[in-house]
Design a protein around this ligand. Structure first.
Ligand code: FE
Length: 285
């Protein structure tokens, strides 16, 4: 029998300054560990004032995690220690596996109108924390969009809907990452693997979440769901755009300092020592 998930937690992001002075909204992060396991952090960076984002995120290291950057509008220039360079543009996704370590910079470009994007951090299990770094650059035109019924559109970044699979595959935590739009009054019932962590984040508009539409979700709010095997979400009187994300919890200890997330304090100390020593990068270009 189907058991729809209820709402375990409603969160509104906190204004935060990160990088060299980027104003963003941190929806969840360090204080929420381990509620979102395998996810660690979600940032919503959006502003129509370039002063809020132009300082960007100059050179910094990552180890032990994956970062998933999704640009709704605007551009971020990316460069790293492996010699990779590129631009993440409107509608593109970059799924970066830091693994044993990368040092990179992420610099938003000045745009007309609003810059808006999201960065999600996904944890790596102990067995994969020191894996070779890898990138998946997912251009907007490679992200399939399906419409299972009237008033419902789903962009599939990772996961599968009505037999259509998203381009990001072979990730340990079996993530689903959807960008969903519901027209007023339309709804979504989506099966989710039992035991997986599931959340919805309101990008624009307003919706109702939970089995009886018990909770209202406004722009910038997030609902973390309880255990169950499906989620029910409907739009209210306006169109509702939201991210729906799920993943398999790791259930491992988390030792987290800034951009590095390991399992033990010793591993953290090693990472920072190596960064000072210049031995942090394990993969040569
Ligand atoms: Fe970064």
């Amino acid at each position: 029998m189907s058991q729809p998930r209820s709402v375990a937690l409603l969160l509104t992001g906190n204004p935060t300054v990160e990088g060299a002075g980027v104003r963003l909204n941190r929806v969840f992060g360090y204080p929420e560990v381990p509620k979102f396991d395998p996810f660690l952090l979600l940032d919503d960076f959006g502003s129509d004032n370039p002063e809020d984002y132009l300082a960007g995120f100059p050179w910094h290291p990552h180890r032990g995690i994956e970062t998933v950057t999704y640009m709704l509008s605007g551009e971020v220039e990316h460069g790293d220690s492996l010699g990779n360079e590129g631009v993440i543009s409107t509608g593109d996704v970059q799924w970066m596996t830091a693994g044993s370590g990368i040092v990179h910079q992420e610099m938003p470009r000045r745009v007309e109108g609003r810059l808006r994007g999201f960065q999600l951090w996904t944890n790596l299990p102990a067995a994969s924390k020191m894996m070779e770094p890898r990138y998946r650059d997912v251009p907007a035109d490679s992200i399939p969009e399906v419409s299972p019924h009237e008033g419902l559109k789903i962009k599939i970044i990772a996961g599968e809907v009505v037999g259509v699979r998203g381009p990001v595959q072979d990730v340990v935590v079996e993530p689903e990452y959807f960008d969903i739009t519901l027209e007023p009054g339309a709804d979504l019932e989506h099966p989710t693997p039992p035991g997986h962590t599931v959340f919805a984040y309101a990008v624009n508009g307003r919706g109702k979440v939970g089995p009886n539409g018990t909770h209202t979700l406004d722009r910038g709010q997030l609902a973390l769901f309880t255990e169950g095997d499906s989620v029910l979400i409907r739009a209210s009187d306006v169109p509702f755009r939201f991210l729906l994300v799920s993943g398999k919890p790791l259930g491992e200890p988390v030792a987290w300092s800034g951009p590095i997330v390991m399992n033990t304090r010793e591993e953290l100390a090693t990472a920072f020592r190596e960064y000072q020593d210049g031995t942090f990068i394990k993969t040569q270009p």
